[in-house]
Write a protein that binds this ligand. Sequence first.
Ligand code: SF4
Ligand code: SF4
Ligand code: F3S
Length: 265
Amino acid sequence: FEKKEKPAVIWLHFQECTGCSESFIRASHPIVADALLDVVNVNYQETLMAPSGLQAEKSLADTMRDQKGKYILVVEGAVPTKDNGVYCMIRGKTAESILKEVAADAAAVVAWGACASFGGVQAAKPNPTGAHPISKLINKPVINVPGCPPIGDVMMAVISHVVVLGQIPELDSLGRPKEFYGRRVHDTCYRRPNYDAGLFVESFDDENAKKGYCLYKVGCRGPVTYNACSVTMWNEGTSSPVKSGHPCIGCSEPGFWDNGPFYQH
Ligand code: SF4
Ligand code: SF4
Ligand code: F3S
């Protein structure tokens, strides 16, 4: 990947809920406006871009032509392959064909969220649309940034790393940047002293819940989930699922949607 000033970004949406876009626009370091204006040119993003229809498609085509081999492709959502991909089509083309076409000349490819990284909830058994993660459909390295959604600041940091350093960050065996997915939620959880002391919430409305005890017995998957939630937190470092009293459901791990139940009593 060749380092360039203000590379273009193409952001594709497939089978998704737009939660990853929502998370991204809440990134605070740097704030998203600075990033969009100063670090990259987001030339195609169906939720945020001003143009629509033919103008939007022109923007995509122009970027693919003028920035060939230089643009960064980021993908939000899984890609259905069953029944020739009819379950997600944009301007008459299947998501799979659009992905392959745009990925072919991308300098780097990033998968936002559980859907693009691992299939997401729409891949839950029996996976009726044949939803696939994008890494299964293209023949180039994919930086997986999972979570449902991923933390906005992590998304921003990953794309900044690619742009500023001009290289792919070091990844773990699941394609996740080690910098943000190298530790378990459990490792730095502020409730960890309670876990170590055997102090557990037994049900969501008990006295132990009010005291902020460990959520392991009500289903917390922090001990098997690699993500930065306990360190970076969410919404400018304000809180996290566990900090708000909810067990981690393992949203940055493959198959979390089928590894239920999310809650235990
Ligand atoms: Fe929505 Fe989660 Fe998929 Fe992101 S990973 S698009 S938040 S369902
Ligand atoms: Fe670990 Fe979850 Fe307990 Fe925190 S609440 S210490 S992540 S089991
Ligand atoms: Fe997801 Fe668990 Fe963090 S549910 S948001 S990885 S605390």
